[in-house]
Ligand binder design. Structure first.
Ligand SMILES: Nc1ncnc2c1ncn2[C@@H]1O[C@H](COP(=O)(O)OP(=O)(O)O)[C@@H](O)[C@H]1O
Ligand SMILES: [Mg+2]
Length: 265
């Protein structure tokens, strides 16, 4: 497999990077993909989707990744969040390679480091908003542990629900919430275990532009006030522009678009 030399950082191995760090003081990216490639197979046909993605995400950044439908945005987000493996290349967290860890370690890391939100919310219809937000706590703890600490967990869930502006909706079922409220609920659920990085896959894709704008405003507030790192993929240019930094996926590679106060690759 050939490596595209125009991406000079592709060719810096983690070892080189460490020696480089010793001589030059530079911030370590919190999350990074190095020369990541991914293809899907359809019968005998191999369809390349990502063809060498180098992207750094620094702590406290809000990075949007724009791309047309089918350009590989969800694929890339899944690789960042350890939901899938790259064919070639590496994913690093705080300078350590994480894509090649044993499955159990990857699962633990994923649950501790990443929060996910999606276009279609994926709330459980039978549960109230409060119960939906508490689901990750139930999954993380044993039954006994959960019941012992239920009051504390409930308070923590209520606090995060208030933060996303839904404190008047604790007992509502998802069917009794609007689209924007369901996405807020999904954000609360994603944040209840205090992840370091929020991965957002078309979070406004099912919302009108005003409501979508409010969701991005909420993500920006969480990014500003709580220093939550956000990586969002979207096909919507207007939404993407609301992030601090923007890049585009074109033909399986990253094109950089804008930079503001936080450095980005
Ligand atoms: N599990 C899969 N098996 C086969 N092809 C897939 C799979 N997932 C995605 N693809 C294909 O890979 C390409 C990129 O998909 P995706 O990452 O979902 O794009 P985006 O999120 O930008 O719309 C698309 O052509 C899609 O059909
Ligand atoms: Mg997608």
């Amino acid at each position: 497999m050939t490596v595209d030399l125009s991406y000079s950082e592709n060719n810096v191995t983690p070892k080189d990077q460490n020696s480089l760090k010793e001589s030059v003081i530079m911030p370590e990216p919190q999350l990074r993909s190095i020369a990541v490639e991914k293809a899907y197979r359809k019968g005998d046909l191999k369809i390349p989707v990502l063809r060498g993605i180098d992207q750094k995400v620094f702590e406290g950044d809000f990075l949007s990744i724009i791309g047309q439908s089918g350009s590989g945005k969800s694929t890339l987000l899944h690789l960042f969040g350890l939901l899938d493996h790259p064919d070639i290349g590496e994913i690093h967290l705080n300078g350590e390679r994480i894509d090649d860890l044993p499955a159990k370690t990857r699962d633990q890391l994923r649950n501790h480091v990443f929060g996910f939100i999606f276009q279609f919310y994926h709330l459980l219809p039978e549960l109230s908003l409060l119960e939906n937000v508490m689901v990750p706590m139930m999954i993380r703890h044993s039954m006994w542990d959960f019941w012992k600490q239920k009051r504390k967990f409930k308070d923590q869930a209520k606090e995060i629900i208030s933060k996303v502006g839904l404190d008047h909706r604790f007992t509502h079922k998802p069917s009794e919430l609007s689209g924007g409220e369901m996405q807020r609920a999904a954000i609360a659920r994603a944040l209840v275990l205090k992840p370091k990085i929020l991965l957002a896959d078309e979070p406004t894709g099912n919302l009108d532009s005003k409501t979508g704008g409010e969701i991005i405003e909420l993500l920006n507030t969480l990014n500003d006030l709580d220093k939550l790192t956000v990586v969002m993929v979207t096909h919507d240019e207007a939404i993407a522009k609301e992030a601090k930094n923007q890049v585009r996926i074109v033909e399986g590679r990253i094109e950089r678009l804008a930079t503001s106060k936080v450095g980005v690759a």
